[in-house]
Design a protein around this ligand. Structure first.
Ligand code: KG4
Ligand code: ZN
Length: 360
């Protein structure tokens, strides 16, 4: 089955064509990073305007790429259209959803609505021989700019959130720190790079993002499987304030040590909660997806955690870690819970949770 996927939940306009959930026939991603850089973060109005400008060109490019490689002979070979309808920025999601509805209608093929977080957890299976069903039961870890969640996956296509951040997502924690340190946007890659330049072991003791048990924000989740990064951000702010004094834009000395210490606090926190979650039941694999999974220190830490727990670590190729549409088209092959008329009538769901049924 050949599915064309569309992704527009945040600052990437993307379209991809994927055969049978794994074979990527084309993958086109237009990133808006440059448009948002002057603002130090994603501006929803700028994002939706850029999606409107780019979406048809990106869809045509994905079809042309698949035709040029000889994988399909034209748009007529597409069997279905898939699109993410949440979570994400409402005005941005709307652009992709409307384009997908129009395209499915004009091609006369079914439309599938796909959850963006669930799709991140499909990325290790793209261009892979691994059958998702055989990797179950799995613990999923979605780490991106908007999300940090631990997800229990007993079967492929079943998702229950067992832990999450109570405030900032891991990527957001990287982005906010980089802004504070004057390192630009997005923060993850630059902090990763600066941290790598630090060759000492004298780390600043930043808080490890452990929520207090009994906190109302846990909403019934176990504190041992949740994180909170707002205290870490404040600790960095206080640390930097002490150095800068009254000159709030003064360059900060010792930047590589600060970045390495801040990154270590995030990575230790994610690795610790993952190790705790892996002890809760007998898992076969640990599936990691999302932009933050590009982080070198996190990849190393999770490899150790998975090794000691005796589970397979499944991570995406770097090009599928950030937002892309191959993950949308790929997951739609396996999970068609929102299809046909229901998908045609669906509105965007900016706060959609993994495993949530849109009809609930
Ligand atoms: O998955 P993604 O592209 O978009 C969302 O769904 O949010 O993730 C973007 C996030 C940003 O916060 C960015 O700073 C972070 O991923 N990121 C990284 C790295 N590369 C991207 N964080 C840490 N280390 C990296 N190397
Ligand atoms: Zn994402």
């Amino acid at each position: 089955m050949i599915i064309l996927g569309i992704e527009s939940s945040c600052d990437e306009t993307a379209c991809a064509i994927v055969k049978n959930g794994a074979d990527v026939l084309s993958n086109v991603v237009y990133t808006q990073i440059k448009l948002h850089q002057p603002w130090g973060g994603v501006v929803p109005e700028i994002a939706s305007r850029a999606h409107v400008e780019k979406i048809s060109g990106v869809i045509s490019a994905a079809v042309e790429e698949a035709v040029a490689s000889g994988a399909i002979s034209g748009a007529g070979d597409i069997n279905a259209v898939a699109v993410t309808y949440g979570p994400g920025l409402a005005p941005a999601l709307l652009v992709g959803l409307n384009a997908a509805k129009g395209l499915a209608m004009s091609l006369g093929v079914p439309l599938f609505g796909v959850n963006h977080i669930e799709a991140h957890l499909h990325t290790p299976f793209l261009e892979s021989e691994t059958d998702p069903g055989k990797a179950m039961p799995a613990l999923g870890l979605a780490v991106s700019g908007g999300h940090t969640s631990w997800i229990d996956m007993p079967e492929y296509g079943e998702y229950t959130i067992i832990g999450q951040t109570l405030d900032d997502a891991a990527g957001e924690a990287f982005d906010k720190a980089a802004k504070l340190l004057g390192l630009g946007y997005p923060g993850g890659p630059v902090i990763d790079r600066k941290a790598r330049e630090y060759d000492g072991h004298d780390f600043i003791a930043f808080p490890k993002g452990r929520p207090r048990p009994g906190t109302a924000a846990l909403a019934g989740l176990d504190a041992d499987l949740c994180t909170s990064f707002s205290g870490l951000k404040t600790a960095l702010l206080n640390y930097v304030r002490k150095i800068r004094g009254d000159d709030i834009s003064a360059p900060v000395p010792d930047i590589t040590r600060i970045c390495a210490s801040y990154q270590k606090a995030i990575v230790d926190s994610l690795a610790d909660r993952t190790a705790a979650a892996l002890k809760r039941r007998r898992y076969k694999s640990l599936i990691v997806g999302g932009g933050v999974s590009l982080n070198g220190a996190l990849r190393e830490a999770l490899a150790k955690v998975a090794g000691s727990a005796g589970v397979d670590l499944l991570m995406a190729k770097p090009k599928y870690c950030g937002d892309n549409a191959a993950m949308i088209a790929g997951l739609a092959f396996y999970r068609q819970n929102l299809a046909d008329d229901a998908a045609m009538e669906i509105d965007v769901h900016p706060s959609l949770e993994a495993g949530e049924d849109p009809a609930d």
